[in-house]
Design a binder for this molecule. Sequence first.
Ligand code: NAD
Length: 310
Amino acid sequence: MIIGACGQIGTELTLALRNRYGSDRIIASDIREGSQELMASGPFEILDATNYDALEGVVAHYEIDEVFLMAAMLSATAEKFPMRAWNLNMGSLFNVLNLAKEKKIGKVFWPSSIAVFGSSTQKENTTQCTIMEPSTVYGISKQAGERWCAYYFEKYGVDVRSVRYPGLISWKTLPGGGTTDYAVEIYHRALSEKKYTCFLKEDTRLPMMFMDDAIRASMELMNSSPAGLRIRSSYNLAAMSFSPREIAKSIQAHIPDFEIDYSPDFRQTIADSWPCSIDDSQARTDWGWKPEFDLTRTTKEMLENLKSSV
Ligand SMILES: NC(=O)c1ccc[n+]([C@@H]2O[C@H](COP(=O)([O-])OP(=O)(O)OC[C@H]3O[C@@H](n4cnc5c(N)ncnc54)[C@H](O)[C@@H]3O)[C@@H](O)[C@H]2O)c1
């Protein structure tokens, strides 16, 4: 079952899992309905992930074995609604971890984020185990979540697996209120208006990943042998790092008259507290992670797919 199946990642994850394992074996759920493609692709339940009894009911009804918990409030929105973000991000995680502790489900995937790091963390090639002093509500909830995942694994034997996603770039579903959303919006505007005003400064380099890589990473981690998994908090995961100026340049290779300007807002402060690049060697060693998409390939995929989807 996917919880938060109608979001940026959940939509593509649900479709990919259904493609691999068959539609009827993958139950999508969310607090709201999703895209036409998602809703038509297989079973769907309206479900509030913070409601334990409702969650338990759906799990029992469909005899769910594995849960991908994708419901959360993201970094930029969470700064506006701190308590709602904390309650959703932590409440949903506890519900799913407790279902696993009670042996009602067997395996859990829960994504963390590069937001677990803060200004005191080394900026370049941020290592798996390092200083973590997040300054955002979202980052605090992800860091606490990581510690709880490790705790449930150690104390109760819960098989929980996690990656720290970087900013994710996709064309099927719009992003849901994060600090890296610009890296999706920019492609839409490049095609519709040939210009974009970016909410981050031109040289703000952040770790990013194309959605296909993120989905493959999540599925590979869930399918890997538990014996090799030495990290039960969350694995660093990386593919590429770039700045708004660099992504604009890669778009100009396809749309030469595309223009970008910059008007940084509150999200600049969040971005400034995050790493520029991530060392994901532990994921590569433990479960064979290897990214396939760099910026050039991502830009080509984004422009081609967005052009043909309008
Ligand atoms: N997108 C990124 O760049 C990124 C980066 C790092 C980590 N992540 C993490 O990946 C996960 C998924 O992110 P996303 O980008 O798909 O988010 P999103 O905001 O696009 O989707 C989240 C989904 O959760 C649903 N939801 C909200 N409250 C709910 C509730 N109470 N019960 C059930 N569903 C609820 C929303 O309706 C939405 O469809 C989150 O944990 C996020 O923190 C995302």
